[in-house]
Design a protein around this ligand. Structure first.
Ligand code: GLP
Length: 244
């Protein structure tokens, strides 16, 4: 779906999320959301905050799992996804703290494998993801599933692509400060969500969107694996869709 602007598209996505939350509330159940970081979902989160503050949307029944986190990363560092989520969403809504799950960038190396299995188990335990929102990196990554990721991959420690680190270098004040690794949900983890929405805005994303939408399914552009899934939607602004 192509919208005129990022704003219009983001409001639509926020409305979809609010609908899921309310539907589950009516049944006395939790809504389980897979969330993303980066610039892409920021306006969706802004609209969710507005719906909370102005229209009384409650997040008391919402459980969230974030896609990824840099490794190593302390939660109070400026570039941490914990901080990002707090500042851009969680601090402004009524979600119970214990319902928030983000991969832990503070683990010792030998603890990571167990943590990742536990992350997957927790998602299953709460009934699976009702919706996963995704951005896309210029390497075609979803989460931090870089080129070479397997379609059935689970949550794991990965090595970041050079282009991803270059794109992150502004946030870190130089590429040399960007961690070389991250913990990310796998493509297999993402695929288990009942609905998947990939969002992309601006001309900067136009060429990777062309590859992701029109290219052959290939491990060299992990987002093309989304073609293997029948409940995926790409939501784009006119600029991101301009090469299609
Ligand atoms: C980041 C995140 C991804 C995100 C992507 C695009 O590195 N790990 O989950 O989708 O890169 O970022 P942006 O939305 O800022 O363009």
């Amino acid at each position: 779906k192509v919208y005129k602007s990022e704003e219009t598209a983001s409001v639509k996505v926020a409305k979809r999320i609010a609908k899921i939350i309310k539907k589950r509330q009516e049944k006395g159940k939790n809504a389980v959301l897979g969330l993303a970081t980066g610039a892409t979902p920021v306006k969706v989160y802004e609209e969710l905050i507005r719906l909370h503050k102005e229209e009384g949307l409650s997040f008391k029944n919402v459980i969230t799992f974030n896609l990824d986190e840099y490794y190593p990363m302390q939660p109070d560092e400026n570039q941490s996804y914990v901080k990002f989520m707090d500042e851009n969403l969680f601090n402004h809504i009524d979600i119970p703290r214990e319902n928030i799950n983000i991969p832990d960038g503070t683990l010792a190396k030998e603890e990571i494998a167990d943590f990742c299995l536990e992350y997957e188990r927790k998602i299953t335990e709460v009934g699976g993801l009702d919706l996963q929102v995704l951005g896309i990196g210029r390497t075609g990554h979803i989460g931090f599933n870089e080129p070479g990721s397997a379609p059935n991959s689970g949550t794991r420690l990965v090595t970041l692509d050079d282009l991803t680190r270059r794109d992150a270098s502004r946030d870190f004040g130089g590429k040399e400060n960007v961690p070389t690794k991250a913990i990310t949900m796998g493509i297999g983890t993402i695929f288990k969500a009942r609905e998947i929405i990939l969002m992309a805005w601006s001309k900067k994303k136009a060429s990777i969107i062309k590859k992701a939408v029109e290219g052959e399914i290939s491990g060299s552009v992990p987002a093309t694996y989304l073609h293997l899934n029948d409940h995926v939607e790409f939501i784009l602004d006119a600029d991101a869709a301009s090469e299609l």
